[in-house]
Design a protein around this ligand. Structure first.
Ligand code: NAD
Length: 359
């Protein structure tokens, strides 16, 4: 059928060395950028996304038409929980890799809709692993965990060996669960799995539920913004990591992923299992974030300082990226000012143009 042919042609790598990658969450912020980067360098890419309404669906559709369609990435509209659909896709195309970025993101929304986190971050991931383990040969899997697994850990910078047993949100708990579930599928079924702990990713086409994004919107609208302070007036800080750096890390994780070994063979248990931080190693306080935005937007913010509520947020994040350097040759190159400049340019373009009315 037409649909199958579109999947097939989108999945075709430009050279025999190219990967064939299924990208879940392809209409999402990271997924759309990663899909385009893979396609541009010659890999075959098929996207999967359920276009849910956690945030503005028009933004997801716009990523599809402006980024994915233009690059020639076909996106299937469907859910990672749909085993029949996944089997069908694997039946049409032999995916060598899965870049699994579909998830219920955001820490605060977990207090509003907890079951969506279990559904998309636990059930859907298990479904993907179940299908992947039964494919011959099995795909290698790279997926997004999160810096939030470090939780209330107070030792900075966060390194992969640190404890992750104090999640501060249900989001963090489901990402941590994903890491442990991934380990069992690696151990029993020989799946090669790399979990990447992203640290606060930002940039053009970003997520409207994240602070840098809604601060920009509120500052431009001359609305007050709430700036959190930690206990004892400690400043809240984040290791903001630019989207292009994260995408490079994802591509390199796919390139260095070893083949899955399968459950039957003697090599059982030897398949690769990795957990790697992808951060910027350069945390910035929320106050500094606001002052950079004020400068870029040429508008003074109306700051309202409030004590950080127990809403799932942690006071600070800071990545140790020694392992990413060694394993992936990962070297983030974009500082927050440069990255925010690109974000703001995109924002003014997107919302200043024809989309203005939707806000
Ligand atoms: P996003 O919400 O923009 O992208 C996720 C996409 O997945 C969305 O388009 C959504 O429609 C889709 N999706 C959700 N559940 C699905 C399901 N069950 N089936 C099919 N599609 C589904 O988020 P993002 O910022 O691009 O995040 C990508 C990944 O990185 C997520 O796993 C997220 O948890 C993780 N992460 C992101 C950040 C960050 O700062 N952006 C930080 C740490 C981890």
């Amino acid at each position: 059928s037409g649909w199958e042919n579109q999947v097939k042609s989108s999945a075709k790598p430009r050279s025999r060395a190219g990967h064939t990658v299924l990208v879940t969450g392809a209409a999402g912020f990271v997924g759309s950028h990663a899909s385009v980067a893979l396609k541009r360098r010659g890999d075959g890419v098929v996207g999967l996304d359920n276009f849910n309404s956690y945030y503005d669906v028009n933004l997801k559709k716009a990523r599809k038409s402006h980024l994915l369609d233009r690059a020639g990435v076909f996106v299937v509209e469907g859910d990672v929980n749909d085993a029949v659909l996944l089997r069908k896709l694997f039946g049409i195309v032999h995916f060598t890799h899965v870049l699994h970025l579909a998830a219920q993101a955001g820490v605060r929304y977990a207090m509003v809709n907890p079951s969506s986190y279990i559904k998309s971050n636990v059930n859907a991931f298990v479904n993907l692993l179940e299908v992947s383990k039964s494919i011959n040969p099995q795909p290698a899997i790279v997926w997004a965990s999160s810096s939030s697994v470090y939780g209330l850990n107070s030792k900075v910078p966060f390194s992969e060996k640190d404890r992750t047993d104090q999640p501060a949100s249900l989001y963090a708990a489901t990402k941590k669960a994903g890491e442990e579930i991934a380990h069992t599928y690696n151990h029993i079924y020989g799946l090669s799995i790399t979990g990447l702990r992203f640290f606060t990713v930002y940039g053009p086409w970003g997520r409207p539920d994240m602070a840098y994004f809604f601060f920009t919107k509120d500052i431009l609208k001359r609305r007050p913004i709430s700036v959190f302070e930690g206990p004892d007036h400690a400043t809240v800080s984040r290791d903001f990591t630019y989207i292009d750096d994260i995408v490079k890390g994802c591509l390199s994780a796919l390139d260095t992923a070893k083949k899955s070994t399968g459950s039957g063979g003697k090599k059982k248990g030897e398949a690769q299992f990795r957990i790697i931080n992808l951060g910027n190693t350069s945390p910035v306080s929320v106050n500094k974030l606001v002052s950079i935005l004020e400068k870029l937007l040429k508008v003074k913010a109306k700051k309202k300082v409030v004590l950080m509520p127990r809403n799932g947020d942690v006071p600070f994040t800071h990545a140790n990226i020694t392992l990413a350097r060694k394993e992936l040759g990962y070297r983030p190159t974009t500082d927050l000012e440069t990255g925010l400049q690109k974000f703001v340019k995109w924002y003014l373009d997107y919302y200043g143009g024809k989309k203005k009315s939707s806000w």
